[in-house]
Design a protein around this ligand. Structure first.
Ligand SMILES: Cc1ncc(COP(=O)(O)O)c(C=O)c1O
Length: 377
C-alpha cells in the first residue's frame, strides 16, 4: 500500500518537474546552453554504468565505458585547435571549470613558483581554482570590451620578471564574450625575454567555435596555448554538463602516475569519470563534422546579428563584441530578468544566441523589453 502511494507520488513529482522544465527551457536567454540536440538514439546506454575511469588513452580493467570514442573526441578537437602532430592529450571533463582547474594544475606542476595572471573579467570559478591550487595570482585590468588590458599585463609582469608567468587567457569572457589575444601575450613574453611561461586558454563558450570565425582569433596551440578548456554543454550541446580539456602531451607526461587498482594512469582530476558525456560529444561531432560545426557557428552568428539589430531598436545602449553570440544590454527590470533567466553583473545583462534559439524568441523578448521600457521600468 505504502509502495503504491510512493509510486503514485513519484510519478506526479516526475511529471510536474518535466512540465516545469519543458516550459522554462526555451526561456534561458541569458545562459550559454544549446537546446537543439537529439540524442535519443543513445538512450539504451542509460541502462549501463558507463565509467571511463582513469586516463582515456590507457585501457582500464573496467571496460564498461566509452574510452575509444572519448579518444576520438580529443583527437578531433586537438586537430581543430592545431596541436602539434604527436604532442596532444586530453579528456572529457565535467565542465569548463574542471578543464580550467586541470590546465592550472598542469601549469603549477611545471612552474611551481609562477604567478598566475588573468583579467578581472575572468569567470568566478578560476579564483576558486587558484585558491584550491594555492597559486599566487594577480588580476589584470580589462578594457571596456572585456578583453585584457595588455599594457597593464605587461607592466605587472615586468614588476615580477624574475618569476615564471602563467596566464589564464579568456576566449570568450562570461559577460561580454571578449577574446584575449594569445599572440599578443606571446609577444609580451618575447619583448621581456621571459623564458618560463604557460598559457591556459579558458574557451568555455567561444573556444568551441572560435576556429570557424573569420578572421580566426589567436587562441589555439599554434598561436601559443599550452592547454585549452571548453564546455561541452554550451555551444556543442549535451543534456549532462561536460567539457573538454586538451593539453600538450609533454606537459601531461610530467604528472602521470600508474595506479595498479584500475590498471590505468591517474592523470585526470576525478577517478571515476562520466562515460555517457563522451558518447554525446562523439555523436555530435560525427553527425556534424567540421563543416556542420562551421554552419552551426554561422547560423548562430546570423541570429546574433538579428538580435543585435532588434535590441538596438528598443535599447540604444545594446552592444556586442565582433563575431560573438552575446549581446549586452543594461539590466532590465526584475520581472524580465526572472522570466527570461538573464544573468547579470554590474547592472548589465546579456542574451546569448545559442544553437536552438530562434528569431521568434528574440522577437518575444524584444517585445517584452519594449513594453517594460514604455511602462518606465
Ligand atoms: C568564461 C567561462 N569560463 C568558465 C566557465 C565555467 O564553465 P562550466 O559551467 O562548464 O564549468 C564559464 C561558464 O559560464 C565561463 O563563462
Amino acid at each position: 500500500m505504502e509502495t503504491e502511494l510512493m509510486t503514485a507520488n513519484s510519478s506526479k513529482v516526475i511529471s510536474e518537474m518535466l512540465e516545469r522544465i519543458s516550459r522554462t527551457s526555451p526561456m534561458t536567454m541569458g545562459y550559454p546552453v544549446s537546446k537543439d540536440f537529439d540524442y535519443s538514439e543513445l538512450m539504451p546506454f542509460l541502462q549501463y554504468p558507463l565509467n571511463n575511469v582513469g586516463d582515456p588513452f590507457i585501457a582500464s580493467t573496467y571496460t564498461v565505458g566509452s574510452r575509444e570514442l572519448e579518444k576520438e573526441v580529443v583527437a578531433f578537437f586537438s586537430k581543430l585547435f592545431r596541436a602539434g602532430e604527436d604532442n596532444w592529450w586530453g579528456y572529457v571533463t565535467n565542465g569548463g571549470s574542471e578543464g580550467n582547474l586541470y590546465g592550472l594544475y598542469l601549469a603549477r606542476e611545471l612552474y611551481p613558483k609562477a604567478i598566475v595572471y588573468y583579467s578581472e573579467a575572468t569567470h568566478y570559478s578560476v579564483q576558486k581554482n587558484l585558491h584550491l591550487l594555492n597559486m599566487p595570482n594577480i588580476a589584470i585590468r580589462s578594457q571596456a570590451s572585456g578583453e585584457i588590458d595588455y599594457l597593464d599585463l605587461e607592466k605587472t609582469i615586468s614588476i615580477n620578471r624574475q618569476v615564471p608567468v602563467i596566464i589564464l587567457a579568456n576566449i570568450g569572457t562570461t559577460m561580454t564574450e571578449a577574446r584575449d589575444d594569445v599572440g599578443k601575450m606571446k609577444a609580451i613574453f618575447k619583448s621581456m625575454a621571459i623564458q618560463h611561461h604557460y598559457i591556459h586558454v579558458d574557451g568555455a563558450l567561444s573556444g568551441s567555435y572560435a576556429a570557424f570565425i573569420e578572421p580566426r582569433p589567436a587562441f589555439d596551440f599554434a598561436d601559443g596555448a599550452d592547454s585549452i578548456a571548453i564546455s561541452g554543454h554550451k555551444f556543442l550541446g549535451s543534456p549532462i554538463p561536460c567539457g573538454l580539456v586538451i593539453a600538450k602531451k609533454s606537459h601531461r607526461d610530467r604528472i602521470a602516475r600508474s595506479i595498479d587498482y584500475i590498471g590505468s594512469q591517474d592523470t585526470t582530476i576525478s577517478g571515476s569519470r562520466n562515460g555517457h558525456t563522451p558518447l554525446f560529444l562523439w555523436y555530435l561531432i560525427n553527425k556534424l563534422g567540421v563543416e556542420g560545426l562551421r554552419k552551426r557557428t554561422q547560423d548562430c552568428l546570423d541570429v546574433a546579428d538579428y538580435a543585435e539589430a532588434a535590441l538596438k531598436q528598443v535599447e540604444p545602449l545594446a552592444w556586442r563584441n565582433p563575431s560573438t553570440l552575446t549581446i549586452s544590454i543594461p539590466k532590465p527590470e526584475a520581472a524580465l530578468v526572472k522570466k527570461w533567466q538573464l544573468a547579470s553583473e554590474n547592472n548589465w545583462a546579456h542574451i546569448i544566441c545559442m544553437p536552438g534559439m530562434h528569431k521568434e524568441q528574440i522577437d518575444a523578448f524584444v517585445k517584452d523589453l519594449k513594453e517594460s521600457k514604455i511602462q518606465g521600468n
